[in-house]
Design a protein around this ligand. Sequence first.
Ligand code: ACO
Length: 329
Amino acid sequence: MTNSPSHIGIISLGHYVPKRVLTNRDLEKLVETSDEWIVTRTGINERHVAAKGERTCDMASLAAQEALAKAGMTADQIELIIVATATPDHNFPSTACLVQKAIGASKAAAFDLSAACSGFLFAFTTAEQFLKTGLYKNALVIAAEKMTRILDWNDRSTCVLFGDGAGACILAPVKGKSGILSDYLHAKGEFADMMYVSTYRKKPCDQANTLIQAPHIIMHGQELFKIAVNSMAEAIEIAAQKAGIKLSDIDCIVPHQANDRIISAIAKKLDVPKEKVFINIQKYGNMSAASIAVALYEAVEEGRIKKGDTVALVTFGAGLVVAANIVKW
Ligand code: ACO
């Protein structure tokens, strides 16, 4: 059990997804794919796509504002902002500083954190440490991604998988037994070439099928699939052990939403009924770091997570980076 006398807990959650929806049928017009293939192989029906000019920091700010409203807080009360993103608007300034400006969190320290799809939990655990030491009294943790900016729309093996969106939470010390019970962060750099963003010119094409120089995702899907299942199942086991609980004590697992089949395989490996696992990939695809933040938001809003529940959060991402937390609601 890694719980210190003052537990850090989630005070509120927020989210934002862009209005525009891109369905599998829409993608059939762009690449040689089918609704049937995408649904069967991934569980995705549709994803949201940021509007032209809609930036990562815009989505992050809207998610943050909802979290602030739900907490009954004003932005100037926030002491720390961490934005997890693999798709920042600039190399610098950080997305966190742009969010700080947009929401008016004038008293906060702010920085970005890069851990691909595991970014939200890496930021979550990082913020928790700052709060445990007492350096800050609260933290706004945001995950925001404009994945459609780094997709090659002619590569059917990746462009059907991802979407845009943002999720946010406010962390602060909480009373009683609720709060974060354990943390597990791990990196496996030996698998760095399994998935990366390339800026080489070879592949990406624009709508007119002209080769362009643009960042785009290179991914070894099949190999990643197996590592994802094993790593996430192991991460939950380690986090549960650190929290001093059994797997059967977990009421809800909220995993990274990369593929419905990966999620099913994790549930099977851990012998956890799939009904205990929250899934929303069908609506959003893989929003990288934002996926688990939005999933957690919806799990709470839909009553799948209730006061007193024990929740397991688990992610993996390019790096490879794996993370899990056990949280008592
Ligand atoms: N539509 C139709 N056919 C397709 C498509 C498509 N969109 N994409 C690939 N295919 C074809 C392939 O070309 C291949 O054809 P072939 O048999 O003639 O060679 C066939 O479908 C099977 O391809 P596979 O890659 O073997 O398909 P698989 O069942 O492994 O599914 C997928 C691919 C969905 C990518 C899966 O491997 C996966 O989800 N892997 C994990 C990916 C992942 O988690 N990525 C994110 C990790 S980190 C992060 O979230 C940032």
